[in-house]
Write a protein that binds this ligand. Structure first.
Ligand code: GLN
Length: 488
């Protein structure tokens, strides 16, 4: 295997521009790495190298006639819930086994326009419901830092692939933390853009008022470049915003001077493991040494965030997943009448966690409980949003842990859904408020597992969180530490 797979977008772009390597060579190198390490990790569900090589040749020809671009000729691993025309899209569920997408998702179309190459379908929790990638119908993905541990989730395949250098960059999705938390568990960068920043067209819907396409990468600059390509208005998603897409790379000036960092103690009091709290506090102190200023803020409604999310997200999921009935979509189990057909299909092909969410969602939306649960949760969501509005009057960004723990052992939390749900406490609020968030590696536990620093911003303040994340990353240098499990 050549060394190309080990590099990030910035370095590869330099090599491509100087003619030192071709896009075809990058695909070949990444594919060799996949063959070498993926039998241990299981990050990929499918890899179609032949079509990727053809697209790489097309990108190389575009470059040969003078075209340039931040992602031209760069392969991007795609979470298995984003549609790529002609490729499978199973959402890691048996119900969509064998489904072939008839069209490209909005973000995938933008990747193609830019000459990037969708390469490989990466594993996830079924329909993005989960936080460990143990809920995939196609086997668990392992954490490249310790194969006995989970990679986080639901974009665990994306994070593990990037961390094990078997992807240059990957697209995931974040409804309650699914980009930031696996990034934290696997020691890579995870960016959840603001709601409406990236088109959700062709992103298989979980909870439509919370879902957002995000980026998992080896550096903050790579995340900024990828966001710049996939962001922007798409008339096929009415919630996608018309705001112009800034040049995110420009905001990365390496400085933290004058940045007001908000710290809310509530984010450290929610079962956060002392080792995680310590590393995150050290990282924040380090930012102060770089010229940032600390502001103490409060988040009085944080305690309601998990409950609110686990009412609203299942409610929306129960409606969204009704289309998988064996008639409109889904692997059919034949039966004598349509109702039995739907029941048998859904019984046979949905996993337990998906069924739990559908039951929860149907319950909170049913007459008699709608006001007590659903409407109340909407009101509490508004209070959480107000907390953020007040916080961002006083500071530019909010810093906190991404997750209360490091990556746990495979199987440790599988029988305790509530414990898993509580692990989303630090990430969920930003989805509820529609803001943006970044996870940046900030150190390791004594057991050698990565820890992430979360940097949150208000809606459409991606430049702000990327600038802070970049300045921290450049000085702290954790992004250069790669897993030693697969030294080449
Ligand atoms: N862990 C959360 C859940 O299970 C978040 C998932 C996500 O962001 N897709 O719902």
């Amino acid at each position: 295997m050549s060394e190309l797979a080990l590099k990030g977008i910035q370095e590869l772009r330099g090599l491509l521009e100087s003619g030192a390597c071709s896009s075809r060579e990058i695909i070949e190198s990444v594919y060799a790495r996949i063959q070498e390490v993926d039998p241990k990790i299981n990050a990929y569900l499918k890899v179609d190298v032949e079509s990727a090589l053809l697209e790489a040749d097309a990108a190389d020809s575009r470059r040969s006639v003078g075209e340039k671009g931040p992602l031209l000729g760069i392969p991007v691993a795609i979470k298995d819930l984003l549609n790529v025309k002609g490729q499978s899209c199973s959402c890691a569920s048996k119900i969509l086994e064998g489904y072939i997408s008839p069209y490209d998702a909005g973000c995938v179309a933008k990747l193609r326009e830019a000459g990037a190459i969708p390469f490989g379908r990466v594993n996830m929790d079924e329909f993005a419901m989960g936080a460990s990638t143990e809920r995939s119908a196609y086997g668990i993905t392992r954490n490249p830092w310790n194969l006995d541990h989970v990679p986080g989730g639901s974009s665990g395949g994306s994070a593990a692939a990037v961390a094990a250098d078997e992807a240059i960059v990957s697209l995931g999705s974040d409804t309650g933390g699914s980009v930031r938390q696996p990034a934290s568990f696997c020691g890579c960068v995870g960016l959840k853009p603001s709601y409406g920043r990236v088109s959700r067209f062709g992103l298989t819907a979980f909870a439509s008022s919370l879902d957002q396409v995000g980026v998992l990468s080896k550096s903050v600059a790579d995340a900024a470049d990828t966001l710049g390509v996939v962001a922007g208005h798409d008339s096929r998603d009415t919630t996608s915003d018309r705001a112009a897409v800034p040049d995110y790379g420009k905001s990365l000036d390496g400085s933290m001077k004058g940045t007001k960092i908000g710290i809310a103690e509530e984010f450290f009091g929610v079962g956060v493991n002392p080792e995680v709290a310590e590393r995150v506090r050290d990282a924040i102190d380090f930012c102060v040494s770089l010229g940032a200023e600390l502001v103490s803020v409060s988040f009085p409604h944080l305690k309601y965030a998990v409950s609110v999310y686990y009412i609203l997200a299942p409610a929306e999921a129960s409606a969204n997943l009704s289309r998988f009935d064996g008639i409109r979509y889904g692997n059919r189990v034949e039966a004598e009448d349509p109702v039995t057909l739907m029941c048998k299909t859904r019984e046979a092909h949905f996993g337990d966690e998906v069924k739990r969410r559908i039951l929860l969602g149907t319950y909170v939306l049913s007459s008699g409980y709608y006001d007590a649960y659903y409407v109340k949760a909407l009101k509490a969501r508004a209070l959480i949003k107000q907390d953020f509005d007040k916080v961002f009057e006083k500071c530019d960004v909010l810093m906190s842990p991404v997750a209360p723990t490091t990556a746990y052992r495979i199987g440790a939390e599988l029988d305790d859904p509530l414990a898993l749900y509580l692990g989303d406490i630090c990430t969920i609020p930003s989805n509820l408020a529609g803001g943006c968030g970044l996870s940046v590696p900030c150190g390791f536990s004594d057991a050698g597992l990565p820890i992430g620093l979360q940097i949150l911003g208000p809606a459409f303040a991606e430049e702000r969180i990327l600038r802070a994340g970049f300045a921290y990353e450049q000085s702290a240098g954790f992004q250069s530490q790669r897993t030693s499990l697969f030294n080449v």
